[in-house]
Design a protein around this ligand. Structure first.
Ligand code: PLP
Length: 425
């Protein structure tokens, strides 16, 4: 990676703990400026393979390893790791209230940028620790009673499935699980099972925007429209869409949305988001009451996310990773990931014709996940051998799940398919 000499000097002094660098409290803004990769000052003029190679070089993944597991956990660009390390080092040396006071402003900046990123107001967003926590905060924070029904998709993540079933046992409401029958070809085929499950008692419909197991993408906007036309709330689990695709939650029309920053956003570990429309804040119970909480608070972050002392250096890096996405271009990122998954699907189809796809081939019904099965080859074995013999990290979710991101190139995917051809023979 190309560090400017200014940046190198700053990091060296800071890591060495030199007096010059440490007599003043470190401002996160200075760390951000010093760790920022210069080439990102402008949006790219030409987006070609050479550009994506430059992007790949921003990540610390060594040449003998390949990460194609974005659906689970992404590496971060090196400058984000540097920023967190520099900020954490400074915090270790000065944990005074004075030094830490800057983190509140950083959190506000992160909330504003997150809100802009998903097209809502900053009062409607809270920073949690991950999607798991965001989903559970909604499960525990919304009141339903005996006689009420909620509809969940059978492909929901357990944090948005099992969690509802547990709550229903305690509170006596009913959870209806909807399956999408095989053979679907149209958007209406994906909507119909939800439509058929609705009754006058339905209070909420909740689904993963993109399934983490099959990679199937649901028509979120149409489902939210259907629900709101019947006065039903919607919770969209966006763990597999946030950071991958351009999102405007106002247009999507969901009431609640949850996601993590360490997946497709390639951001700091252990930060998540919880969006709630402002009009629902009054009916949302907090699961945790932290210092500073009060009943008439007007923001999601202050009402739901006051979790005591937080890991401020990671949250402080959120603005920088959001800027990274904006500079490259959110549509450019989505287009690139879609291009890579299409390239992967076509290569597998051509070179391993016996493979069958669990993820739909159509871009309209899928995102950045490719789930595939190879007859006679258990996915758990393929998953292990890909890593042990080829250094390729993917996932086994009943089938083999491959989820590339902008740090992968055509040449990575060629290597991956070549390895799969060998392992499939
Ligand atoms: C759809 C979905 N929801 C929730 C989660 C939980 O995410 P986290 O582990 O970041 O809390 C995942 C993780 O893969 C997911 O795919």
């Amino acid at each position: 990676m190309n560090l400017s000499s200014k940046r190198r000097g700053f990091l060296k002094r800071l890591m060495a703990g030199s007096v010059a660098a440490l007599t003043q409290p470190l401002l996160v803004e200075s760390a951000e400026a010093a760790t920022h990769p210069g080439f990102l000052s402008d949006s790219p003029q030409v987006v070609d393979e050479a550009y994506w190679q430059t992007i790949k070089e921003q990540f610390a993944v060594p040449a003998n390893l390949m990460m194609v597991n974005a659906a689970n956990l992404c590496p971060r660009p090196q400058f984000i790791t540097d920023l967190i390390r520099v900020t954490a080092t400074s915090l270790e040396k000065d944990v005074s209230f004075q030094n830490r006071s800057q983190f509140e402003a950083r959190r506000q900046l992160a909330l504003e940028k997150l809100a802009q990123f998903i097209g809502v107001s900053s009062a409607e967003v809270g920073i949690t620790r991950n999607t798991t926590e965001s989903n559970n905060m909604l499960v525990n924070g919304l009141d339903f009673k005996a006689g009420d029904e909620i509809i969940i998709w059978d492909q929901n993540h357990p944090t948005n499935g099992l969690a509802w079933e547990q709550k229903a046992k305690r509170q006596g409401f009913t959870v209806k699980k909807v399956s999408i029958p095989a053979g679907f070809t149209t958007t209406q085929d994906l909507i119909a099972p939800f439509q058929q499950a609705i009754t006058p008692k339905t209070r909420l419909i909740t689904f993963s925007h993109i399934s983490n197991s099959t990679g199937l993408m649901l028509p979120a906007k149409e489902l939210c429209q259907l629900a709101s036309s019947r006065g039903i709330l919607t919770l969209v689990d966006g763990a597999q869409s946030f950071g991958f695709m351009e999102l405007d939650l106002k247009t999507m029309g969901c009431d609640f949305y949850t996601a993590s920053t360490h997946k497709w956003l390639m951001g700091p570990l252990e930060n998540g988001i919880l969006f709630s429309k402002k009009e629902h804040l009054a009916k949302l119970w907090p699961s945790v009451i932290g210092v500073g909480w009060h009943d008439d608070t007007q923001t999601v972050d202050k009402k739901i996310c006051l979790l005591g002392q937080r890991n401020d250096p990671t949250t402080s890096a959120l603005p920088a990773i959001l800027d990274f996405h904006e500079k490259i271009g959110r549509k450019t990122i989505e287009d690139r990931v879609r291009h890579l998954t299409l390239y992967l699907k076509e290569s597998i189809q051509k070179q391993i014709p016996q493979a069958s796809f669990i993820t739909p081939l159509s871009a309209q019904m899928s995102g950045g996940i490719v789930t595939v099965s190879i007859p006679g080859k258990p996915s758990a074995d393929l998953f292990q051998k890909l890593y042990s013999d080829y250094g390729i990290a993917c996932a086994s979710v009943g089938n083999l799940r491959i989820s590339p991101h902008i740090y992968n190139t055509h040449s990575d995917l060629d290597k991956l398919v070549k390895a799969l051809v060998t392992l499939s023979s």
